[in-house]
Design a protein around this ligand. Structure first.
Ligand SMILES: [Zn+2]
Length: 260
């Protein structure tokens, strides 16, 4: 028997799942994944996520946001996209605003522009009283600065990567940290150390499928069913049973994201 758990971050509307999304969901359910949060990275994607969630009531929830790539794509039509996002969130179909944040690894819009667009969406989350899913790549200091001046927001640092000190900084501001398959990669001792210090009541687990498949699937399309490998490694490094990790992360996801 697999313990019940929730994948708080996957992209089931991604092209890579276009042919077999139902089989992918069934495979996840077979290994104990009772709920999946599919993340819309832009307006069209968020609509696709909503349609999928509608087909799977109580199994799939969705989030909507303008990620740094969508913001970049919108260019000078960002305000229109933001208004569209506002309308989507007003439907009540979304459990979170995201993913949004800062992407400094890829060369997208200038950092100041990304920061403004990130903060505009943080304001929107406050207005809709929704938790936020944050994407922070090579940008922790600026994300932290922004979160320090937006303390009305709550939510998840998704696909967390960083040091123990980074983890503490986000935790002190009240954020949840979500770990994915990267925690299984051989070179990521530092990340495993960070995963070990997160309090039980702030820990979340995700796949970010189709990206970042855990070992032994590394390099292949990631699927929500692979969350088991990630959970095992997290449990081992925290000195806990997988059942406890499953129970805590499920409780946390339900509480923060108002999931069934
Ligand atoms: Zn993602």
């Amino acid at each position: 028997m697999h313990p019940a758990l929730i994948d708080t971050h996957c992209h089931l509307t991604n092209q890579k799942f276009i042919d077999d999304v139902d089989a992918v969901i069934a495979a996840a359910q077979e290994v104990g994944v009772i709920h999946l949060m599919t993340i819309g990275t832009g307006i069209a994607d968020a609509k696709a996520c909503r349609a999928l969630a509608k087909r799977y009531p109580n199994v799939i929830s969705c989030a909507a946001g303008l990620d740094p790539f969508s913001c970049h794509e919108a260019g000078d039509r960002f305000d229109t996209a933001l208004a569209d996002l506002d309308d989507l969130l007003a439907t009540g179909a979304y459990r979170a605003l995201g993913e949004i944040g800062l992407e400094y690894f890829h060369h997208l819009a200038p950092h100041e522009v990304q920061q403004q667009q990130f903060e505009a969406q943080l304001d929107l989350a406050v207005r809709h009283d929704l938790p936020v899913v944050i994407h922070s790549r090579d940008a922790h200091p600026d994300v932290l600065t922004i979160l320090r001046r937006n303390q009305k927001n709550r939510g998840i640092i998704h696909s967390f990567t960083g040091t123990v000190a980074d983890a503490h900084a986000f935790l002190e501001l009240g954020w949840y940290l979500s770990f994915n398959g990267m925690v299984t990669f051989k070179a990521n001792d530092e990340l495993r150390e960070a995963a070990a210090i997160v309090p039980n009541d702030r820990l979340l687990i995700e796949t970010d499928a189709p990206y970042l498949a855990p070992i032994p699937h590394r390099g292949r399309r990631c699927e929500p069913a692979f969350i088991q490998q990630t959970m095992r490694v997290i449990a081992e490094h925290r000195g806990q049973r997988v059942e406890d990790i499953a129970a805590w992360t499920t409780r946390n996801a339900r509480l923060l994201l108002s999931l069934p």
